[in-house]
Design a protein around this ligand. Structure first.
Ligand SMILES: Cc1cc2nc3c(=O)[nH]c(=O)nc-3n(C[C@H](O)[C@H](O)[C@H](O)COP(=O)(O)O)c2cc1C
Length: 198
């Protein structure tokens, strides 16, 4: 198992996957790490729908493609660096749906107040991403298909109380991802008061 800081420093979005299936054991290990996240009042308002079925993954892929081609790409063209735009384009037009497993992370809207609902889900998503990385899997936090949440809920049979908040593909990366680009701590941290710098 790689060292914790190596996992954190190499964690990044994967949008191109090898077709090799993932065992239930591996998926459960990733989900178990997710369930160790903090949540408001320890309500653990997360629900994970693990999608392997080709047809279901195709539905999720189609919702992603529609969101991207129906406005997402136009919005992002002016905002994303060329390489990132290319990667997201690939992911949104089949790359994400080609992952052998797609986890739809849902929030139980009846479990905690709306003010802390998403804050009680994304720590679990981050744990999931890190656990995947530690096990040599690629993953990505995606939200594009949430533009069609109602259709997603319908396709997955979600009860009204469950709101999908993230769609995370999991699988072996098709190629090495390289190092992520991140701003250094010295650019984003301040001692005691904002503006003091680091
Ligand atoms: C809230 C959120 C929404 C995101 N939505 C998408 C998405 O819909 N599709 C996608 O391909 N990546 C999505 N990403 C992944 C980001 O593009 C990625 O984390 C960021 O560009 C950093 O890239 P890296 O992980 O390759 O370093 C999302 C990330 C976050 C945090």
């Amino acid at each position: 198992m790689p060292e914790f800081f190596d996992v954190v420093r190499s964690q990044r979005a994967c949008r191109a996957f090898a077709p090799d299936p993932l065992s239930d054991e591996l998926v459960e290990q990733v989900l178990e790490a997710a369930t160790h996240a903090p949540s408001a009042e320890n309500r653990q308002p997360w629900v994970f729908v693990v999608v392997r079925d080709d047809k279901e993954r195709a539905v999720l892929g189609e919702l992603t493609r529609r969101a991207w081609e129906g406005g997402g790409r136009r919005h992002s063209e002016r905002r994303l660096a060329a390489g990132l735009l290319r990667d997201v384009d690939h992911g949104a037009t089949g790359g994400v749906a080609a992952a052998p497993v797609v986890v739809v992370v849902c929030a139980d809207t009846e479990a905690v107040s709306p003010a802390v609902l998403e804050a009680s889900i994304f720590p679990a998503v981050q744990n999931l991403l890190l656990a995947a990385g530690a096990l040599g899997l690629g993953s990505a936090l995606t939200t594009l298909p949430l533009a069609f949440s109602a259709e997603m809920a319908d396709a997955l049979g979600l009860p009204d109380a469950l709101r999908p908040v993230a769609v995370v593909p999991l699988g072996r990366p098709a190629r090495p991802l390289g190092a992520p680009k991140r701003r250094p701590v010295s650019e984003v941290a301040h001692r005691e008061r904002f503006g003091a710098g680091w």
